[in-house]
Design a protein. Structure first.
Ligand code: SF4
Length: 214
């Protein structure tokens, strides 16, 4: 099944999404650290518990990544206004063939929102991956508005899943379906290539005519 993380990987590099979909990749990122810190603090369980959660589920835990995230993390008072209904919730749409892990479901003024934790806030609005998270989430949960918690500034931003946002999310799902069917996207050389665990294979894998459509 296509996961939300495959879809957001596509935004980093379409070919990376191919590799992650077909071969998997267990990484430990700053975003994962921030997410676990958020979930533990929201339950009043402290940051040691966040570390335990990661150690239990991710064998690539790195202390320096966790400490970096912890040093920048802001636990804002505005979160007190959001009533937690559930957390770490998986939604699946058999029709779309997509599954989605929502960090938290919250209630504010009698409206339910999926909430995702992110790192630095842009000057205004939200980053594209966060907009896509909101779009995919709306397609699967039917909750039209999503909250993004920018953990390094303690800001909350709300994304409306407009028709345009949903359409963009659908288009990415379609691209992932093509990848699932074996289409290999073209290379997208960026700074990320220096960190990419698939770099060697990627260099040796030629583009095909079909790559141009991804
Ligand atoms: S090496 Fe670069 S182009 Fe190739 S999959 Fe990784 S990020 Fe994409």
């Amino acid at each position: 099944m296509i996961r939300l993380s495959h879809i957001t990987s596509y935004l980093t590099c379409p070919r990376l999404a191919y590799y992650r979909y077909h071969f998997g990749e267990e990484i430990f990122s700053e975003r994962q650290a921030v997410r676990e810190i958020y979930l533990s603090l929201r339950r009043g369980l402290g940051t040691d518990w966040a570390k335990q959660r990661i150690l239990a589920t991710n064998k690539n835990f790195k202390d320096e990544i966790f400490e970096r995230a912890l040093n920048k993390f802001v636990f804002s008072k505005v979160l007190e206004d959001l009533r937690c209904l559930d957390w770490d919730v998986v939604f699946t749409s058999e029709d779309l063939g997509v599954s989605l892990l929502v960090d938290e479901i919250v209630e504010f003024r009698e409206e339910r929102f999926p909430l995702f934790v992110s790192l630095n806030a842009p000057k205004e609005g939200v980053w594209l991956p966060d907009q896509i998270r909101a779009g995919v989430s709306a397609l699967i949960t039917n909750l039209n508005r999503t909250i993004i918690y920018y953990a390094y500034s303690g800001e909350i931003r709300v994304v409306d899943a407009s028709i345009g946002v949903r359409r963009r999310a659908l288009k990415l799902i379609e691209r992932l379906k093509m990848i699932k069917n074996g289409f290999m996207p073209k290379r997208n050389e960026t700074n990320y290539c220096k960190l990419c665990s698939f770099a060697e294979d990627c260099k040796q894998t030629p583009e095909t005519f079909a790559s141009k459509f991804l």
